[in-house]
Design a protein around this ligand. Sequence first.
Ligand SMILES: [Zn+2]
Length: 129
Amino acid sequence: MANERSAEPTDERIGCKRVEFLARAGEAFDQMFGADGQNGLVTFQQREDRACQVGDELTRWLMAEHLELDPLGGASVEQDCPICGGPVRYESAGQAELELRQFQTRRGKIEYRRAAARCPRCRKIFFPA
Ligand SMILES: [Zn+2]
């Protein structure tokens, strides 16, 4: 019964994410080292600022992508609307709507798309627990 939720092979999605991450890590490396190993960074402060900046970008990307792959984010919904109490039933993630969410992490703000449920009674959108 594993992975019955999605027709997309998880291995393939993870593989694509890894390729994208490695490309981003390569860009981060280049922003730090450039072609000459220094990239114009002279002081300790400049080196620290750049290292933190490119590292934080990678951290935020990892967080956002990890959240988007959360299987709970695409699961079927069977709960009562938290706003009006009406019943909400989705059989699959395909019936849900994708909403852009923002979240403040220790390394800055991230945005990610998450499956949301719309209550048929009050028409409000909520994120299934
Ligand atoms: Zn409702």
